[in-house]
Design a protein around this ligand. Structure first.
Ligand code: HEC
Length: 403
């Protein structure tokens, strides 16, 4: 095991912002109560207890787990539009926004208070997404928490994925955290920093003039079709450039260019493209890419009307003018006037540059590994520095040796 993995994993369990607060909530009388009086209490007070639920006497001690869960239910009912019931006069969006914001803030505070009080047994852990963001914040490392096997799915409850009581820590979780920490550290402190390179894949080989072809070859991408683009060997930040045309369907829908991860079977990033056939545009996307092989793909919504797609039928394409008569698929891709029937992409080339290590990300890794092996004093300093960043407050040695 990487020698710092244990420490990193441990620190990240507890890394969270916020400080404990007293239980008495601000704004109950000015924000919450007027809203409840106007929209809720006539059904949920001492006289009427619809759903056997009293809002007027519900404790405002958000630091209590049980109370917080009741309030989370209230927030959920409000946000989902279930309460007040549909046939009742409805609150204005602005009122709703205010009370929802007030409640979320109180729930967050309560959670922070519970965390501050937590005993040695109840672990608090980051949600999957928080882990990903935190690792990037602290070390400038990209770790895709959604890759199958990386982490267990966080249980969702009331639409929140970070209510403390449901973020439990099973043995399989712990093991995954250790494994994640190894990967993260290998990326932050690789034996050798991977060199940034540029690779380009073109639809045409550049020899069309010599051969007397009527124009360069392009990849014609109708909805749900794609072409292999590049392999990413090291996960990280990359710049992807694509030269292409993007033609709308005859109804005006724009084609959507996606970088499709073949292993994950989903688009990692993408955007709509509009550019005439004879004036291709250059799209540049900077993004974190996980390892694996990628395709450029037309992800415009819309399978064909009969439910079929043409994904596997590829043919040499140069331009609408030279292809129009040619309908190898049996589907009409262009109108007799030369308009695209479906949102369509015509790709000239795809370029990948990276992995890119920005100065900002590089600096995050400074001062975390002692220069000399076995230098305990320096190791202590490094850990203290890292712990302070992870907890976002000065963390002396006593703090991290206590964990
Ligand atoms: C016209 C009457 C009425 C009004 C006004 C009303 N409710 Fe309700 N509420 C009900 C009824 C009936 C139920 C039980 C049925 C259900 O759960 O949907 C209920 C259930 C609930 C529950 C679920 C209780 C539980 O533990 O299952 C919550 C929470 C709630 N309401 C919150 C609110 C809030 C917050 C408001 C104001 C924004 C509000 N209600 C306004 C009638 C009302």
């Amino acid at each position: 095991m990487h020698r710092h993995a244990v420490i990193l994993a441990t620190l990240l369990f507890g890394s969270a912002t916020g400080t404990a607060r007293a239980a008495e909530p601000d704004g109950y009388e000015t924000v919450a109560l007027p809203f409840f009086k106007a929209h809720c209490l006539r059904c949920h007070d001492g006289k009427q207890q619809k759903g056997e639920f009293r809002l007027d006497t519900l404790s405002r001690d958000f630091g209590s787990q049980q109370t917080a869960e009741r309030w989370a239910e209230v927030l959920f009912r409000i946000n989902s539009g279930e309460m007040p019931p549909k046939k009742e006069p409805q609150p204005k969006a602005e009122e709703l926004g205010k009370v929802a914001e007030w409640l979320s803030a109180r729930l967050k505070e309560g959670e922070a208070a519970r965390m501050a009080k937590r005993g040695p047994v109840t672990h608090y852990r980051l949600s999957r997404d928080e882990y990903g963001h935190t690792v990037h914040d602290l070390l400038g490392v990209y770790f895709d928490v959604t890759v199958p096997g990386a982490f267990n799915d966080d249980p969702r409850r009331h639409g929140f994925d970070r209510i403390g009581s449901v973020l439990s820590l099973s043995p399989s979780h712990v093991e995954r955290y250790y494994r994640a920490a190894e990967t993260v550290l290998d990326r932050a402190f690789p034996v050798q920093q991977p060199k940034s390179v540029v690779v380009r894949r073109s639809a045409d080989d550049g020899k069309w003039k010599d051969r007397g072809d009527p124009g360069p070859e392009r990849w014609l991408l109708w909805p749900d079709s794609g072409r292999p683009a590049f392999d990413v060997k090291t996960a990280g930040r990359y710049r992807v450039r694509v030269q292409l045309s993007g033609l709308p369907s005859f109804k005006g829908r724009l084609p959507h260019l996606a970088l499709w991860h073949n292993g994950l079977k989903r688009a990692v990033v993408g955007r709509d493209v509009l550019a005439p056939e004879d004036k291709p545009t250059l799209v540049e996307i900077e993004a974190f890419l996980p390892e694996g092989s990628f395709a450029v793909r037309n992800e415009s919504p819309g399978t064909f009307s009969d439910g079929h797609t043409l994904s596997n039928t590829q043919f040499t394409f140069r331009s609408i003018a030279t292809t129009r008569q040619n309908r190898p698929t049996g589907y009409q891709l262009f109108t007799p006037e030369g308009q695209t029937v479906y949102p369509t992409l015509m790709v000239d080339w795809v370029e990948l540059e990276g992995p890119i290590l920005t100065d900002a990300d590089r600096q995050k890794r400074d001062g975390l590994i002692p220069a000399k092996d076995g230098d305990l004093a320096a190791a202590r300093e490094c850990l203290t520095r890292f712990a302070s960043r992870a907890w976002r407050r000065p963390a002396g040695e006593a703090t991290w040796t206590g964990t």
